[in-house]
Design a protein. Structure first.
Length: 495
């Protein structure tokens, strides 16, 4: 049953205590007859003056008051503040209708204004019942608003204790209260109550939030925005007394953690894909290597039987070259598939590895200049053969990137600080055309290449990445179109 219907039943059945302030006995008698005819249970207490009414209300608060507008010691209006303080509704009566008096009475807090005619006095029980119902509804609304305000205060205190910015807005989006936690005081400007929302938030955010408020009705609005290097989520809740309560939660740390988790998940999927491809590549390389053995043996036997300089010998030489290239591809596939396996490792500096690999590097580069800047930094624990493969792959990658350009390749070994750690770094740089950002993201993917057919397998940098990760290191690529490319390998120093 609703509150209103419960009030109706109570008004129709429970006896009420009605205080009547009237100095004309004839009018009092008409009121008595009206209640007798309506068969309403009522306790009529009749007093002739305001002073008598005040004393009566001090003894016992009535359920309702019916008062004449003009009394021997004043006006019925004078009793309205007393009745309001005691929580009882007042119906005012007057012998002559006056619009100005009626407006004054209703503005003063009277629930109704009645001209004293026989019909109006006969209907007084219904008038009083209606005043009681409206008064009960008004009290219920006030209690609901007060309860809502107390709840909002508790919620505001809780949100502030959790580090949230909480403020109230009136129906014009003007700030009427504001609570900013200490850790966010430098993020938001100092604003005062009575200032517009734009004084607290960036104009674009305030405008978007204001549009959301206008279209939200009674629903809760949520809006995310960035401000002063922070990421916030705004939740807006309408208030019973008009306006809104807004809570801003700083989600910078949570969203950074989410992005880090997503990056880790992406890296995990990448590693799992590499493991699968490595297994596949190992199987393919093994079978392919078995097929190459008789091919190369046949070519060697043919070369022994055919004189040099003949067309047949030239064809066999071309076949040998192709077979050797195929064997090189097989070795790269095997290196990729085994990059995570354990190998014999020893302590050595990266500068030593480069010096040992120089003869092979210079032959591989033909006549291209190789600029060296080698620091004898800390020792690293590595599989020398694998790291030599890394150096060769990086240098050959730079050589191919330069193509017909005549620029040198720079190879440096140095010590670098990153992520609060000291690393031994090997960097290879070229002054080629550079790499676009969308391509740079994929250079370590297996079989990804920007070179034309016959000019690359797409495994060189994948092998580099696999070997370096197996050594607990990282590979970093820096490039931009027209600015060349640098690939840097970082390995942890030996303990």
């Amino acid at each position: 049953m609703s509150d209103a219907s419960e009030t109706d039943v109570a008004a129709a059945s429970a006896p009420i205590h009605l205080l009547v302030i009237e100095d004309e006995e004839a009018h009092v008698e008409l009121l008595r007859r009206a209640y007798e005819d309506a068969r309403r249970a009522v306790e009529l207490e009749v007093v002739p003056t305001l002073e008598d009414a005040r004393r009566a209300m001090e003894r016992h608060t009535p359920d309702a008051v019916v008062a004449d507008f003009v009394l021997p010691d004043g006006r019925g209006l004078d009793l309205l503040p007393v009745a309001a303080a005691r929580g009882c509704p007042v119906v005012l009566m007057t012998s002559q209708g006056d619009e100005n008096v009626a407006v004054e009475a209703l503005r003063g807090g009277a629930f109704d204004y009645v001209v004293k005619t026989p019909r109006a006095l006969a209907a007084m029980p219904r008038t009083v019942d209606r005043a009681l119902r409206e008064h009960a509804l008004l009290l219920a609304h006030r209690r609901a608003v007060e309860a809502s305000q107390r709840s909002e205060e508790r919620l505001r205190a809780t949100l502030v204790s959790l580090g949230e910015v909480v403020f109230g807005l009136d129906e014009h989006a003007v700030i009427r209260d504001l609570h900013v936690p200490d850790e966010l005081r430098g993020v938001f400007p100092e604003v005062a109550v009575g200032e517009p929302l734009e004084a607290l938030l960036p104009a674009s955010v305030a405008r978007t939030l204001g549009e959301s408020l206008a279209s939200s009705g009674a629903g809760i609005v949520e809006h995310s925005f960035a401000h002063a290097a922070h990421e916030f989520r705004a939740r807006v809740c309408p208030r019973l007394d008009g306006g809104w309560t807004v809570a801003l939660r700083d989600e910078t740390a949570r969203r950074a953690a989410e992005r880090a988790r997503e990056r880790l998940e992406t890296e995990l999927r990448h590693v799992q894909r590499l493991e699968t491809l490595g297994t596949l590549a190992g199987g393919v390389a093994h079978d392919f290597n078995n097929l190459l053995v008789p091919v190369m043996m046949g070519v060697d036997l043919g070369c022994e039987a055919v004189p040099e300089g003949s067309r047949a010998r030239a064809a066999l030489d071309n076949a040998r070259t192709a077979a050797e290239r195929a064997r090189g591809l097989v070795q790269r596939l095997l290196s990729f598939s085994r990059s995570a396996e354990a190998h014999e490792r020893r302590r050595v500096t990266l500068a030593q590895v480069v010096r040992e690999a120089l003869p092979v590097l210079r032959v591989s580069l033909g006549g291209r200049e190789l600029k060296l800047d080698l620091e004898d930094g800390p020792e690293v624990v590595i599989d020398v053969g694998q790291i030599e493969q890394v150096v060769l792959n990086l240098v050959m990658n730079a050589h191919q990137a330069l193509g017909e350009l005549s620029g040198p390749i720079e190879l440096a070994v140095r010590v670098t600080e990153a992520e609060d750690t000291t690393w031994a770094e090997l960097a290879v740089r070229d002054q080629g055309k550079g790499i676009a950002p969308e391509v740079l993201e994929r250079i370590f993917d297996p079989f990804f290449t920007t070179k034309g057919p016959g000019h690359g397998t797409g495994l060189g940098l994948t092998v580099v990445n696999g070997i370096v990760q197996a050594h607990g290191g990282t590979v970093h690529a820096r490039s931009a179109p027209g600015e060349g490319t640098e690939l840097a390998v970082r390995l942890p120093p030996a303990e």
